[in-house]
Design a protein around this ligand. Structure first.
Ligand SMILES: Cc1cc2nc3c(=O)[nH]c(=O)nc-3n(C[C@H](O)[C@H](O)[C@H](O)COP(=O)(O)O)c2cc1C
Length: 171
């Protein structure tokens, strides 16, 4: 295809709902991403935009919607922690996807690198130094350098087509 044959974005032959539905077919794990606010209060939200970016250096990425009240907190934070949820943590996922003001009142956690909360019972945790954040459409893209990690042999929680799911068979 010639470069000038690429359609401009406004001519995309799909609407946002169709895009969301098709993207939802891509199965992901579920994370709760946390940081420590300048006021000393922990902040966190459920996110499935997490992904690996680079092995050497060890970099990961995730994105946060621009309208999130948590955005200024993550922008000023020097560190964040990516807590990869186990299947037993679906209630925690729902809690951190809500507007509940006291998200951290349920479930045990400890302060990790830079004070970012590390949740107990996860299948993996990546404690990161926040190295960059930039606007990407209606989201803000965060990149972190992994300083410390842990993993546990417990099944992960999955998310697909708008539903939480459990891991099936290994082929
Ligand atoms: C499975 C799942 C994945 C989500 N992934 C993201 C994400 O990657 N980025 C995002 O901004 N919101 C995501 N959300 C929505 C946020 O969790 C939700 O809007 C939450 O209230 C955000 O907290 P806030 O009010 O502090 O912004 C996701 C929700 C669910 C249930």
């Amino acid at each position: 295809m010639k470069a000038d044959a690429v359609r401009p974005a406004e001519a995309a032959p799909f609407d946002t709902k169709a895009l969301r539905n098709a993207l939802g077919r891509f199965t992901t794990g579920v994370t709760i991403i946390t940081c420590l606010g300048a006021d000393g209060q922990p902040v966190g939200l459920t996110a499935n935009s997490f992904n690996s970016l680079s092995l050497d250096p060890a970099l990961v990425l995730w994105s946060l919607r621009q309208s999130s009240p948590s955005l200024p907190v993550f922008q000023q934070a020097s560190h964040f922690a990516v807590n990869v949820l186990a299947e037993a943590q679906v209630d925690l996922s729902r809690r951190f996807a809500s507007q509940t003001p006291d998200k951290f009142s349920e479930g045990a956690w400890t302060a990790g690198e830079g004070g970012a909360p590390v949740l107990t019972g996860c299948t993996a945790v990546f404690e990161c130094e926040s190295v960059s954040h930039q606007t990407a459409g209606d989201h803000q893209l965060f990149i972190g350098r992994v300083l410390r990690l842990s993993e546990a042999p417990v099944p992960p929680l999955l998310f697909q087509a708008g539903h939480y799911r459990l891991l099936g068979e290994i082929l």
